[in-house]
Write a protein that binds this ligand. Structure first.
Ligand SMILES: [Fe+2]
Ligand SMILES: [Fe+2]
Length: 377
């Protein structure tokens, strides 16, 4: 059996003379073999196939980032190189526009190579690839749900982080809005899977960042809405609202957002303006009424003591009450500048015992059911 000549050495060790190649057949115990004269490699079976997972050291200066081999589709090629990590060096596995055969892809995974690597300088090409194939990847039952959950979080976090870091005074651009709509569209079905929520719950970071918080709130809110008779369009509108619900924080000084102690009266006044700031940052977009309601009313409380308008009970749009409940839950389970993360069980206890009146209790109960059914709480 022969395979195309693909590999190159990229580590510090210099190979002289003939180009070394990587033996695809025995990923767990890779062997560098020499190229055939026609640019192919004779596959040489290792006498001892060791199951080895090569883990590169976690260094900030690392020039590669890890991905799962199962993400790479066999029916489309990518615009980036893929490397394996072996013997302290990165070895080229596939070049740009070279596709994985299903066999090679699965063998990598089955032999314990859970991570392959892409150069950071091709991160943009990788992100484009994932964005283009996002829906297909998420709904591909061949890919373990844990991997799909990781792709879901990575891709959504990347996009929302980009939007939050982009401080254009003109607000959220139409280009970004289209990307948000695509994320919501592509993930809607995936977030109806109990196993997906279960795995996402295990993978979420408890280090509070506004962008990852937005993705978590989006995840839990959509999971809850799936139990109701909302149309797909309504769920998408709420999803867009959830991903952008805290976008107004972009207009608030980091000094206030990241203050480790209690906020003073004036600082609180400023914080409370973020729902209104959010709606103005999105004013140039064709946001639905429902999406705007999510941004504007997500801090309204069921007893009327919330902000910015003091809406109460049924005057708070029904889907927004789901977002509010998930928003508070995710905040309490994350490390914030002024408080440590609580575990899921304690967070729900705090919400029930100390925040009574803040939520629609029926919604709260549904959140408890979702978290306990998925093993998160
Ligand atoms: Fe908020
Ligand atoms: Fe929030």
């Amino acid at each position: 059996m022969s395979i195309p000549c693909l590999a190159e050495n990229t580590g510090s060790k210099k190979f002289s003379g003939q180009q070394p190649y990587f033996n695809h057949e025995i990923y767990g115990c890779p062997t560098v073999v020499k190229a055939g004269h026609n640019g192919t490699v004779k596959m040489k079976q290792s006498s001892k196939t060791m199951r080895t997972i090569n883990k590169p050291p976690e260094r900030k200066e690392n020039k590669y980032f890890p991905i799962s081999p199962l993400i790479l589709r066999t029916d489309s090629s990518s615009d980036f190189k893929v490397y394996l990590y072996h013997n302290d060096q990165y070895v080229l596995y596939t070049k740009e526009r070279e596709s994985f055969t299903p066999k090679l892809k699965n063998m990598l995974y089955e032999n314990g190579t859970e991570r392959i690597f892409v150069p950071f300088e091709q991160k943009k090409e990788y992100d484009n690839y994932v964005n283009e194939n996002f829906e297909t990847i998420l709904n591909d039952a061949q890919i373990p749900i844990k991997e799909r959950s990781r792709v879901f979080l990575d891709t959504s976090n990347n996009l929302i982080q980009e939007i939050f870091d982009n401080n254009l005074p003109s607000g959220v651009t139409k280009g970004y809005f289209e990307k948000v709509k695509k994320i919501v569209h592509d993930t809607l079905h995936f977030l109806s899977l109990k196993e997906a929520i279960e795995n996402i719950g295990k993978l979420v970071s408890h280090d509070y960042k506004t962008y990852s918080h937005s993705v978590h709130v989006f995840t839990y809110t959509i999971a809850l809405l799936h139990n109701h008779n909302f149309t797909d369009q309504e769920k998408k509108d709420v999803g867009i609202g959830a991903l952008l619900h805290d976008i107004g924080k972009r207009k608030i000084a980091k000094r206030i957002l990241n203050k480790p102690g209690r906020l003073d009266k004036d600082e609180w006044k400023i914080i409370k303006r973020h729902p209104v700031f959010g709606t103005s940052l999105c004013s140039n977009l064709s946001l639905s009424h429902l999406s705007l309601n999510c941004i504007l009313f997500h801090h309204e409380k069921y007893d009327g003591s919330g902000y910015p308008t003091g809406l109460a009970e049924r005057n708070i749009p029904f889907p927004v009450r789901y977002l509010t409940c998930c928003d508070v839950y995710d905040a309490i389970t994350s490390d914030r500048p002024y408080a440590q993360a609580e575990n899921a069980f304690n967070a729900l206890k705090i919400m029930r015992n100390h925040m009574h009146g803040s939520f629609d209790m029926n919604v709260y109960k549904e959140l408890v059911t979702l978290l306990s059914n998925t093993g998160i709480a």
